[in-house]
Design a protein around this ligand. Structure first.
Ligand code: ATP
Length: 244
């Protein structure tokens, strides 16, 4: 993130954001606050607008009204590469590894110097220290990794760009339960490194293992936001809008 962290200022703030796929409106005034250092989850069912919110933040969709602010700097409508340079790392739902490159080469491709001196930069050594399963695979071609390993590599490569906040779009999607558990551990490690995380998720159980804040989205609008514990305990909300 650019500039020194200010605890008063959310790492990411979205106010009244509207977004469109061509003429079709998909977000209808999304409000979202991601506190610095938090793991915040955007919860919602299929088609609720989770991926759309992330794409809109990243400048990948046509926007209507509303604003996106990163560490106090308004980035609304900036192209994705500039939002990324402002400190936002993005891991889309479909994992993207360079299949013909090794794990190590994938990490090196993702390297970008941080714009701030206030955080320790990510290096491949630091990534391998924190995520030993990737270290063991360092010379393997990325295309030969399992789905879970590719997901870890995609997240690790995004870290190499030294983001202040990382957006993870449904990181557990389509993975076996044991791998989902590894991804949860991975997210907890990121959080322990003082990274701010916004992740999207359908599954409340997974979310409770990683998140401290939650916002529920439905039909392109935020219904409610609060602590993860409060939202997880709201059985009416769970029954109506979420996957337990
Ligand atoms: P999922 O778990 O399915 O990814 P989601 O909460 O991420 O769910 P989105 O993909 O953000 O949902 O979809 C929100 C709305 O936008 C849905 O009504 C969907 O049909 C619509 N939408 C998504 N992608 C497109 C697209 N490329 N063109 C038109 N409409 C789209």
């Amino acid at each position: 993130m650019t500039g020194a962290a200010n605890p008063e200022m959310p790492a990411l703030r979205v106010d009244g954001l509207e977004a469109y796929y061509g003429p079709a409106q998909a977000l209808f005034g999304v409000d979202l606050e991601v506190p610095e250092g938090s793991v915040t989850v955007l919860l919602g069912r299929n088609g609720a607008g989770k991926s759309t919110t992330m794409k809109a933040i990243m400048g990948l969709l046509k926007l209507g009204r509303g604003t996106v602010t990163v560490a106090g700097q308004e980035v609304t409508g900036w192209p994705a590469y500039r939002v990324n340079r402002a400190g936002v790392g993005y891991v889309p739902e479909e994992r993207r590894v360079f299949a013909g490159l090794s794990v190590m080469e994938n990490l090196l491709v993702g390297t970008r110097d941080a714009d701030t001196s206030s955080r320790e930069c990510w290096t491949h050594e630091r990534v391998f220290d924190l995520f030993p399963p990737l270290a063991a695979l360092r010379d393997r071609l990325a295309g030969q990794l399992s789905g879970g390993e590719q997901q870890m590599l995609t997240i690790a490569r995004t870290l190499m760009g030294n983001p202040g906040i990382i957006l993870l779009d449904e990181p557990s999607e389509g993975l076996a339960p044991v791998v989902v558990q590894q991804i949860a551990t991975f997210v907890n490690i990121l959080s322990a490194q003082n990274l701010t995380v916004l992740l999207s998720e359908q599954n409340v159980r997974f979310a409770t293992h990683v998140a401290d804040r939650a916002a529920v989205i439905e039909r392109g609008r935020i219904l409610v936001a609060g602590s993860m514990a409060e939202i997880a305990q709201d059985t009416q909300l769970r029954d109506a809008y979420l996957t337990p």
